[in-house]
Every structure is written in structure tokens, then in C-alpha cells.
Write a protein that binds this ligand. Structure first.
Ligand SMILES: Cc1cc2nc3c(=O)[nH]c(=O)nc-3n(C[C@H](O)[C@H](O)[C@H](O)COP(=O)(O)OP(=O)(O)OC[C@H]3O[C@@H](n4cnc5c(N)ncnc54)[C@H](O)[C@@H]3O)c2cc1C
Length: 382
């Protein structure tokens, strides 16, 4: 029987599995997802105070749709022989979907780097939570005033004093000037101090040393700077983008037999942009890549990747959230309105569980995941 193998159990991997199961219908096709963990980790929620709530059992998604789960880490992909080596076992494939995501780039040469905390993985977020549990009024230094750093800093500011450090001269530099006034106002309201044009030079016992020559007291130093695609992309192609991602065509193929989805895929969003390393894109990329991998084996027409409008929603803790639309990130909602959109998004990213029909129906709706606008109640009529 032909075999689709999906490597990775994040948003892209899970939705690839559902997309492949959708294309399979009642045909004979084996689908296996390989990932070491038992859970889909909802990484966008790892800044929350209880990160263990940000996970969904993979078995409750894969079981109902007839996808096998091999609990292992893939170390080698041999595209010539069409096998992956997972936990010492060779697994053959006819079509492969690479969905192994991304990782925070850690500063290995920084003195005291092993003392850094992060919220990149569930284990990292748990470690930070446990370290700060019961230490109300702690001092934290957050390095990086990008999307993750801003969410981490504003969440921590509810319980401690936070210093936000960035090499750039402005907060949220990559988000552009559109949302900056709201972000700065939120940081002021929460008492988050900023040290811009500055970087971290050392982490010691209870302090962070900075490039401006100062030392900041710190019970925890949280590193949030830099994301890079999984190293497995190198085993598919030597031609990667600046984030280590595989270039793919409109059907999300990196090679005739290997598809890529999520943070490993440099898919075109439009004529000017590639997709972001974001769950907003990982989900539809997964749906399309998995569907096409199975469709290719079953002789069905492939689906084009046609993402919905680009939006962002940045949680600013006690100051609410901002919701932006478009690549210029025009602010559409902020404060409490933004927070209610963020809450809605954080619920919507949970895939349905225990119900094959709902899971497959969601896999069929690539654009409906976006743009995450909360439904407006119709005006009451007399
Ligand atoms: C703190 C934080 C906040 C974020 N906020 C947002 C947000 O608000 N909005 C948004 O859209 N995005 C956000 N993101 C980004 C988003 O989480 C990622 O883009 C998304 O998780 C990517 O999904 P993925 O499936 O490609 O990869 P991942 O979620 O990284 O999953 C990768 C999977 O592959 C598995 N894997 C890795 N290596 C191997 C291997 N060798 N063998 C087998 N399996 C392997 C992993 O175990 C995991 O199951 C945030 C990320 C973080 C960390």
C-alpha cells in the first residue's frame, strides 16, 4: 500500500495528516505521522502563566482519522532511497511531508548562556514558570522586543518588574511603525522599562550584563531572539532561504516526492511576500501539503496554496492586545477589543478532537481559519 509519511506533530504536521486523510477518503493509503511527543503543543500560547494548558493529545486527533503515530525523532532523510530513519528504524515513504517546525537560535558563545530561559518549547516555558512560581515581585530581563519578547514581557509584568532589551532602536522593529504607538503606550501602562540599542553580554547569578556597560538585577533572563527552521531541511535541498526554509511551489512541493509545510516551508504568500513562521500560516500550509501528498499518489488534482488575509494579534497582557491587518500592520483593534480577538484566536487554534467528521471538515476549509474576526451579533430588529 502506498505510504504518506509526515514528520512533525505541530500545527503543520497535524493538519497535513488531516489533509492527507481527507484526500484518501475510502481509498487504500497508509498515513503515518512521526513525532517524538504525545502532544500537539500550541506554541503561540506558551507565554501564558500555565503553559501546560497549551497542548492537545495527538491521539485524539490522529486516532479518529486513521493516521498512525510513530513516537520517534527523525535523524536522517534519504531521499534517494525514500526512507527516513526514526529512532533507529527505517521507515519507507512514497510521499513525505516535512513539518518539523522551527527552533529559537540560542547564543552559544554568550557567557552564562546556560542560565537563559525561553518560551520556545513547552519544556522551556515550564522551566520558566516553575522558576518564578511563588516569587511575586521578581525582576526579569526579556531580550528581544519582537513579537515573542513583547508577549513575554507584558505577561511577566503582571507579577514582576520587567526590563525589555533590544539591539534595535525601537520596540517591535519588525512589526513596523503601524502598531508602535499602541505597543509603547501598553509598555508604559504596565511599567515595562526599555533599554534599546543595547544587547546582552553576560548572564550571571542574579544579573544580566548589558552592552551599555550596566548590570540589571534579574531573577530570570528570557531569550526570545531569532527563529530558524529545523535542520532537517538541509537533507532535502542545499537551497534554503535566510530562515533555513525550503522553497516550495504552489502545491507546496520541495521536490517531486517531498512536500514542506509550516515553519520549514518558504511558500509564496503573494507576489512580494513569503509566508511567516506563524501558526496562522502553518495550519493552511499543512492542510494543503498533506492533501497534495496523498492526492498525488491517488491521481487526484492538487490544490493551490491560497492563504487568507495576513493578520497579527499581539497579546499585551494587562493592557489588552492589538489586532492588525495587512503587511503594513494597520491596527484594527486594541485594548479590551484586541484582547477579545486574541482570546478567540487562542480558542480557534485548538483543532477539533475525537470527531473524524469535524476534523476532516476543518481540513477541507483552508481559508476559513482566517482572518480570525470574532463574529458580530446581528443588530436586534424591532
Ligand atoms: C511564544 C510563541 C508565540 C507565538 N505566537 C504566535 C502567534 O501569536 N501567532 C502565530 O501565528 N504564530 C505564533 N507563533 C509561531 C507558531 O507557534 C509557529 O509558527 C508554529 O508553531 C509552527 O508550526 P509547525 O507545525 O511548523 O512547527 P512546530 O510547532 O515547531 O512543530 C514542530 C513539530 O515537529 C516535531 N519535530 C521537530 N524535529 C523533529 C524530528 N527531527 N523528528 C520528528 N519530529 C520532529 C516537534 O516535536 C513538533 O511536534 C508563536 C511561537 C512562539 C514560540
Amino acid at each position: 500500500m502506498a505510504h504518506v509519511v509526515i514528520v512533525g506533530g505541530g500545527f503543520a504536521g497535524v493538519w497535513s495528516a488531516a489533509g492527507a486523510a481527507l484526500a484518501r477518503g475510502k481509498a487504500d493509503l497508509r498515513i503515518t505521522l512521526i513525532a517524538p511527543g504525545e502532544h500537539l503543543v500550541l506554541r503561540p500560547r506558551l507565554y501564558e502563566p500555565e503553559p501546560d494548558l497549551a497542548k492537545v493529545e495527538l491521539g485524539r486527533i490522529l486516532g479518529p482519522i486513521g493516521v498512525e503515530h510513530l513516537r520517534a525523532r527523525v535523524g536522517t532523510i534519504d531521499t534517494a532511497r525514500r526512507v527516513v530513519v526514526a529512532g533507529g528504524t527505517e521507515v519507507g515513504y512514497d510521499r513525505l511531508v516535512l513539518a518539523t517546525g522551527s527552533e529559537l537560535v540560542r547564543p552559544r558563545d554568550l557567557p552564562g548562556a546556560d542560565r537563559l530561559f525561553d518560551i520556545d518549547t513547552l519544556e522551556g516555558a515550564r522551566r520558566l514558570t516553575e522558576h518564578l512560581r511563588g516569587r511575586e515581585g521578581f525582576r526579569a530581563v526579556v531580550v528581544g522586543a519582537g513579537f515573542t519578547g513583547l508577549e513575554a514581557a507584558t505577561a511577566l509584568a503582571a507579577r514582576g518588574r520587567v526590563l525589555l532589551v533590544d539591539r534595535a532602536e525601537a520596540v517591535g522593529e519588525q512589526l513596523g511603525p503601524g502598531p508602535r504607538p499602541e505597543i509603547e503606550a501598553a509598555l508604559d501602562a504596565l511599567g515595562v522599562e526599555r533599554r534599546l540599542g543595547t544587547t546582552l553580554t553576560e548572564v550571571g547569578d542574579g544579573y544580566a550584563a548589558l552592552s551599555d556597560g550596566t548590570k540589571a538585577e534579574a531573577d530570570a533572563v528570557v531569550w526570545t531572539v531569532g527563529m530558524r527552521a529545523s535542520e532537517l531541511t538541509r537533507q532535502i535541498s542545499g537551497r534554503l532561504d535566510h530562515l533555513g526554509r525550503l522553497p516550495v511551489d504552489r502545491w507546496l512541493r520541495a521536490t517531486p516526492e517531498v512536500y514542506a509545510a509550516g515553519d520549514t516551508a518558504a511558500a509564496a504568500f503573494d507576489a512580494e511576500h513569503t509566508v511567516m513562521q506563524a501558526c496562522q500560516h502553518a495550519t493552511p500550509l499543512g492542510k494543503v501539503a498533506g492533501y497534495n501528498a496523498a492526492a498525488d499518489l491517488l491521481g487526484l488534482p492538487p490544490r493551490d496554496f491560497t492563504p487568507g488575509p495576513y493578520v497579527t494579534c499581539l497579546d499585551l497582557g494587562g493592557a489588552g492586545a492589538i489586532f492588525t491587518r495587512g503587511w503594513d500592520r494597520e491596527v484594527m483593534a486594541s485594548g479590551a477589543d484586541g484582547a477579545s480577538i486574541k482570546k478567540h484566536i487562542n480558542q480557534r487554534i485548538h483543532p477539533p478532537v475525537d470527531d473524524a467528521e469535524r476534523i476532516l471538515a476543518a481540513a477541507d476549509h483552508v481559508r476559513l481559519e482566517l482572518p480570525f474576526f470574532p463574529r458580530k451579533e446581528p443588530a436586534a430588529t424591532a
